[in-house]
Structures are given as C-alpha cells and as structure tokens.
Design a protein around this ligand. Sequence first.
Ligand code: NAD
Length: 250
Amino acid sequence: MRLEGKVAIISGGARGMGATEARMFAKEGAKVVFGDVRDDLGKQVEAEISESSGEAIYVSLDVTDELSWQNAVDMAVSRFGKLDILVNNAGIVYNQSGDDATVEEWDRLMDVNAKGVFLGIKAVIPEMRKAGGGSIINISSISGMIGQHRIHPGYNASKGAVRLLTKATAIQYANDGIRVNSVHPGPIATPMNEASRADPEHYQNSIDSTPMGRYGQPEDIAYGVLFLASDESSYMTGSELVIDGGYTAQ
Ligand code: NAD
C-alpha cells in the first residue's frame, strides 16, 4: 500500500475531490483525519470508509479559523500519534465576473481559498517537524495559472496566491524535510460545478476549452495527490502538477 503508516489531514473532505482523496488515502493504508463545514455529508463519508475497513475520522473544520485547524491537528496526533501529510483541498468558487463580481465575494474567496491554505500550513508545521518531515499538497487550479471568462477574478487571484504560497513554503521548509507542491486541476465533475455543468453554454465552453473534450473525474486528481503524498515523489517540492486534459497546453 502506497501510504502505509502515514497519517494525513484533508480539508474539504465531505464531498467532491476531498472525499475521493479521503477514500483513496484510507484504501492505500493511511490513517486519515478529514474536515469540512458540511458535517452531515462528512459523517456519511466517515461511515462509508469504516465500512470498507479503512481508518478515517471526520472533524468539523472551518479552514478560515485558526483554532479549528488546531483542533484537527490535535485530533490527528491524539488518535494516530503523528502527522505526515496535509492536503489543503477546501475551496469555493463564484461564477460572477466583471462588474457583477462583488467585494464581499472577493473577501470570501481570499479567506477560504488563500488564507485557509496559509492557516493549514501554519497549523501542521510543528507536528511535521517532530515527525522528521512531511508532504503538503495545496489544491490550486488552472485558474491559478491563467485568466478565464465567466469566473470571479478573485477566484483566479486566490488560486494564484496558493501557487506562490506553495513555492515560498517549499523553500522555507525544505531543510525540515517538509515538501510542498501544488496541484492544478482543469474542469472536474464535482458538486462545485454541478450548476454550471447544467448550463449548456457554460458546459460547452468548458468542453471546447479542453483538448481532451471532457470533464475530468475526481479520481484523476486524487491519483496525482496520492503520488505527491507518498514517498514516490520524495525529490519533488515547490512544483506544479497540472491535471487538466490539456486545457493550459494551448
Ligand atoms: P466541492 O465544492 O465539491 O468540495 C469542496 C469542499 O470544500 C466542500 O465539501 C465544501 O463544504 C468545503 N469547504 C468550503 N468552504 C470551507 C471551509 N471554510 N472550511 C472547510 N471546508 C470548506 O469542490 P471540488 O470541485 O471538489 O473542489 C476541491 C478543490 O479543487 C477546491 O479547492 C477547488 O477550488 C479546486 N478545483 C476544482 C475544480 C473543479 O473543476 N471542480 C477545478 C480546479 C480546482
């Protein structure tokens, strides 16, 4: 198993890619603490994982709140003894663009998508140092690399922040054996974009922008995250793993 003996925290794990990663990590032998603000869904995923004999605990986690992060780290260490992996996956998006984009949305995007990642990193570093190293995976987006129509520009700005926060952190903690990499998904079919996929114009635009001509699945991203979490990627830090069906190749 690729994560045997590892302890991981995953944010935003109640649905979408985070839930897929929690299931995959548990299947690969990791002990998983996953958190979200959607407690009912999170508890369902927890039950599913234990039915398939994986080890995973759901915790209420608001990534914008420092104390909430500390609680998740304390849970990992008290239940499983240490911490090796953090996946900063929680995120939100707004589709309003141009003049319709509001300041309130900008602030919320920055809070959840950018500050949430900073707080997650800050919370896990002391335990990763004690463990002698670790792997942090920050879920950015192709929106952290290029601009797009029909999306709040604050989303691109927040995901661009995650991209460079990753590189800064990678350099600052390389000597502690802590690796930090970012993942850049293209359009992936998850609950986040259920409404926009149902809009024929938006759907067609995503398909036309993707050379492979389809949305990706959460597993397409989870396999990349699994690789970065495992020791198979032990010489990688500060890098960007793009999984986008060719979207940014054009
Ligand atoms: P999703 O909406 O299905 O899942 C995101 C989860 O994050 C939800 O369960 C949500 O409750 C949780 N969350 C939101 N705010 C939170 C908070 N303050 N604290 C804790 N949890 C919170 O979305 P997804 O598509 O699975 O997205 C996962 C990540 O991938 C996000 O960071 C997203 O921006 C990024 N991403 C998604 C796509 C895509 O096409 N779906 C593309 C590129 C990047």
